[in-house]
Design a protein around this ligand. Structure first.
Ligand code: SAM
Length: 300
């Protein structure tokens, strides 16, 4: 997977040379290049921002600098496009988000059979965009080329994603949570880590990404995890985990996952497909106050 990142602080991404992502680069699984947006400026101050049209606080990232950079990295010729900068921006964003959500669901369900795609994906972190999820990470782990654009200041000119969408580029805008960061660098690091750890060969033990929170069909939060010693400062590991009875251990963990998800993320319980639940799952959910006779659980 080829990964280009554009930022006014490319040194920030030196951290990607550490740990598993660093090893993945050494193994040639991923090739990460961080570019300095200021390399595409022509003025003496290397400025990438300007005042907001219509007034207001702060500065906005200029489209001209971004487009010179992105045209070069995406091998596109500059052109002019015709689109309505007010209506189309939102329509396109929501249409793309809906389409992407659908394909992400399909892809998450068939993760092992989805072929890699050569079409580059241009990704802008943005706090006012749809939330980045494990499904998005799964879908994007099948792309061969990801290009991330880190915003700063009040963000980037809204016409940038609009222009590249009109050019036929697969453009995504994602928020990593309901809070505002100073820039897109942290958000890109978060997305990159979530995506790359799903690449075949990335993790030492491939099984460790199969049964995780938010993962696969009927995703739940993961059960609690313990290691040795069995008794630590007066707190004991649940007896069943020491029993050696694998069926009992699996059931205990599954019930824990259902109970934890019920408490913290009932929206994930509501999204479960009841036809994929076994008899014991149904019993546990009923005891937790859910009706499981329909397509999805409903709170009683
Ligand atoms: N004025 C923007 C707003 O209120 O929505 C906030 C801009 S923020 C200070 C600057 C940049 O940080 C954004 O363009 C984006 O790239 C990044 N950023 C900040 N918070 C983020 C979040 N929660 N998710 C993804 N990116 C974020």
């Amino acid at each position: 997977m080829k990964i280009d990142i554009v930022s006014v602080f490319p040194e920030y991404f030196e951290v990607l040379n550490l740990s598993l992502l660093g090893k993945a680069q050494e193994k040639g699984l991923v090739e990460v290049t961080a570019h300095n947006l200021r390399d595409w400026t022509h003025d003496v101050h290397h400025s990438v921002d300007d005042t907001p049209v219509g007034g207001g606080a702060g500065m906005v990232m200029k489209p001209e600098v971004w487009s010179e950079c992105l045209d070069e990295l995406l091998h596109l010729e500059p052109t002019t496009v015709t689109c309505d900068s007010t209506a189309d921006a939102d329509d396109t964003a929501s249409a793309d988000a809906a389409e992407s959500a659908e394909s992400a669901t399909e892809i998450a369900a068939n993760a092992d059979t989805v072929p890699a795609t050569d079409r580059p994906v241009l990704i802008f972190p943005n706090p006012s965009a749809p939330l980045f999820t494990q499904q998005d990470a799964t879908e994007l782990s099948h792309a061969n080329h990801l290009l991330f654009g880190c915003g700063r200041y009040e963000g980037y000119d809204a016409r940038i994603p609009q222009y590249y969408r009109a050019q036929g580029v697969d453009v995504r805008e994602y928020s990593i949570g309901d809070y505002v960061l100073n820039g897109g660098e942290v958000a890109v690091s978060v997305m990159l880590e979530a995506i790359t750890r799903l690449l075949p060969g990335f993790m030492g033990n491939a099984a460790s990404i199969v049964e995780e929170s938010y993962t696969g069909e009927n995703a739940l939060l993961e059960h609690r995890q313990y290691t040795k010693p069995a008794d630590w400062r007066g707190i004991k590991v649940p007896d069943v985990l020491l029993s050696g009875d694998h069926a009992k251990v699996d059931r205990f963990r599954r019930d824990e996952a259902l109970a934890k998800t019920n408490k913290l993320r009932p929206d994930l319980i509501e999204a479960l497909d009841c036809s994929k639940l076994d008899k014991a799952d149904r019993k546990t959910l009923m005891a937790l106050g859910w009706e499981v006779s329909g397509a999805h659980p409903r709170q009683r």
